[in-house]
Design a protein around this ligand. Sequence first.
Ligand code: ADP
Ligand code: ADP
Length: 234
Amino acid sequence: ARGIRIEGLSKRYGSGDTAVDALRKVDMTVAPGEVVGLIGPSGSGKSTLLKCLGAVIDPSAGRMTLGGERIYDDGWHIPDLRALRRDKIGFVFQAPYLIPFLDVTDNVALPRMLAGHGNTQARQQAVELLTALDVAHRAGAMPSQLSGGEQQRVAIARGLVNRPPVILADEPTAPLDSVRAMAVIRILNDMARQFQTAVIVVTHDEKIIPTFKRIYHIRDGVTYEEAGEGRSFG
Ligand code: ADP
Ligand code: ADP
C-alpha cells in the first residue's frame, strides 16, 4: 500500500516560555492516486507539516507512514533519511531552486541520473515532462534566462521526474496564469492516477482550490477535513 498516513503528529519549536506548538496532533491520510489540498493562513503550520513529512525536520511526537512503511513512530524508524527524501518524495517548492549552471533539461534530468538511470534516457524523460508542462521550447535555456512562470514549471518537472510515491507541493501554481495553473493540476492528477502517487498541495490559489476532491484546512497547528466540491480532473 502506497499513500500517506499521519497520526497524532505534533511539532514543538523551542522550549519553555518561548515554545511554539506548530502542529498539534495532526491526522491526515492521502490515498494512493489521490491529490489533496492543504489550506491555511500564514503561520498555521503548513510548511512545518511538509517539512516533517519530507524528513527535513524532526517531529516532536506522532506517527507517519509513507508508502506502506512506518517511517516515524515517536522517532525515525528508518536509518537513512537522505535515501527517503531522494527515493520516496518529490518536492515542488514555491521558490524554484534550479541549479544555475545546468540547462533546463539537465536540471530536470539530474534526479533521474542520480537515481542511477542513463543520461540519455534521463534527458529523454525530462523532455517528455517539459513537453507536458508546455515548456519544452526552453529545454536548452539556462535558469537565469527563464521567466518566473517557466522556472516554476521546470521545478515541477524536476519534482516529478523520478515518479516518487509521494509528492509534496508548496504553492506550485502561485506565479502561473489560470491556463498554466490548470495544466499543472492536470499533470499532478494524471501522475497520481497513473503511478498511484499520493500528492499534497499547499495552496491558497483560488483558481485550483475547486479542483480538489478533498481538502484539509489547518489553523494553529490543527487540521480539519472538508469534502471538496466534487469537481476534479480525474
Ligand atoms: P505556515 O507554513 O502555515 O506559514 P509554519 O509551519 O511556517 O506555518 O509555522 C507554524 C508556526 O511555527 C508559526 O507560529 C511559526 O512562527 C512557527 N515556526 C516555524 N518555523 C519555526 C522555527 N524554525 N522556529 C520557531 N518557530 C517556528
Ligand atoms: P510566463 O507566462 O511563462 O511566466 P512571461 O510572459 O513572463 O512567461 O515571459 C515570456 C518570455 O519572456 C519567456 O520566454 C521568458 O524567457 C522571457 N522572460 C520573462 N522574464 C524574464 C526575465 N526576468 N529574464 C529573462 N527572460 C525573461
